[in-house]
Write a protein that binds this ligand. Structure first.
Ligand SMILES: C[S@@+](CC[C@H](N)C(=O)[O-])C[C@H]1O[C@@H](n2cnc3c(N)ncnc32)[C@H](O)[C@@H]1O
Length: 242
């Protein structure tokens, strides 16, 4: 098993088995532009693409946001969720139990590459996960592991914090993001702590590099569907066999 410490930019900065899960919900709503509407929008697109009866992979389920939005609205979906942090797995299992959607959901402790290589999902979401992985092959490995388990013509929704740190826009957008946090009421110690974690734990890459990682994995861009400060969301299709 590849450990978090090996593949994450800095596993200590974002310790999902530590206190992060507890604070994530409040943080996500205040810090991620459009967090409340991102998941229904992703669901709507996925439903258009893969229909009401499908097998969907949720990569990095964290505090169960995908399950809580997707499962009640898509009762014909079977959802397999994976996360390498046991605390996050428990969190998601509790969300599924509270909503009464356990019958639809299978929450696994581990990584995508540990799922059976013969698994063929209709779709997958990779939301707020890839930005934690180093661009030393780890981002590629993640997207290749996902793509290999999506049927040809299937759909992947990728949402990630990103940007070219050398580009003139980056500091403008980063400073604006810090200001956005304050405007949203995310301040003081919580904000300072988050900024330290972001500085250590996020492996930013440009949008062009993200598209390259996806293309190498056999994922073709359908359309960018989300953009908010340094966050972006891309709808991708697993290449059909020639
Ligand atoms: C910020 S949370 C995102 C949770 C959820 N997708 C959301 O957007 O609300 C990131 C999650 O990704 C998980 N994670 C970290 N590395 C991963 C990897 N290589 N594969 C899958 N999940 C990973 C973490 O344990 C954590 O639960």
């Amino acid at each position: 098993m590849v450990s978090n410490a090996v593949i994450m930019q800095d596993a200590q900065a974002f310790n999902f088995d530590g206190d992060y899960g507890e604070i994530y919900e409040d943080l996500a709503h205040k810090v991620i532009p459009g967090y409340d509407t991102l998941f229904p929008a992703t669901l709507a697109l996925m439903m258009e693409r893969i229909g009401m009866y499908a097998h969907v992979l949720v990569v990095g389920c964290g505090t169960g946001r995908e399950i809580s939005v997707f499962a009640p609205h898509a009762p014909g979906w079977r959802i397999t969720a994976v996360d390498p942090a046991i605390e996050m797995v428990r969190f998601t299992e509790e969300v599924a139990a509270r909503l009464g959607v356990q019958v639809q959901t299978d929450v696994r402790h581990g990584y995508v590459h540990e799922l059976s290589a013969s698994a063929q999902f209709d779709g997958a979401t990779v939301i707020n996960v890839m930005h934690f992985l180093r661009d030393d092959g780890a981002k590629d490995q993640l997207m290749q592991s996902v793509a290999a388990r999506i049927r040809p013509g299937g759909t992947v929704a990728l949402f990630d914090l990103h940007g070219d740190r050398k580009a003139p826009y980056f500091s403008l957008f980063y400073e604006a993001w810090k200001r956005y946090m304050t405007l949203r009421g995310y301040e003081d110690m919580a904000k300072e702590s988050l900024l330290e974690r972001l500085a250590a734990g996020i492996a930013y890459v440009s949008e062009a590099r993200i598209m390259e990682i996806c293309a190498h994995a056999g994922l073709q861009l359908v359309r960018k569907y989300w953009s908010g400060l340094l966050y972006g969301g891309w709808l991708l299709e697993r290449a059909r066999a020639a």
